[in-house]
Design a protein around this ligand. Structure first.
Ligand code: SF4
Length: 54
């Protein structure tokens, strides 16, 4: 969809490619809360967060 909302919330984690598709550039690039806000703010619910163990 390419709304870019995820990039606004977590700009070090998400970027938009040439076709305005969201891509993850660094899964740990922004604070957890920012990533969660990106997921909650995604209009298509396309972002799924997987917690790593440890
Ligand atoms: S992942 Fe969601 S918030 Fe990010 S560009 Fe796609 S639709 Fe928009």
């Amino acid at each position: 969809m390419g709304s870019g909302s995820c990039q606004a919330h977590a700009p070090r984690v998400f970027d938009l490619d040439d076709e305005c598709r969201a891509v993850v550039i660094d899964p740990a690039g922004d604070p957890h809360r920012a990533i969660r806000n990106a997921a909650e703010g995604c209009p298509t619910r396309a972002i799924e967060i997987e917690e790593s163990g440890g």
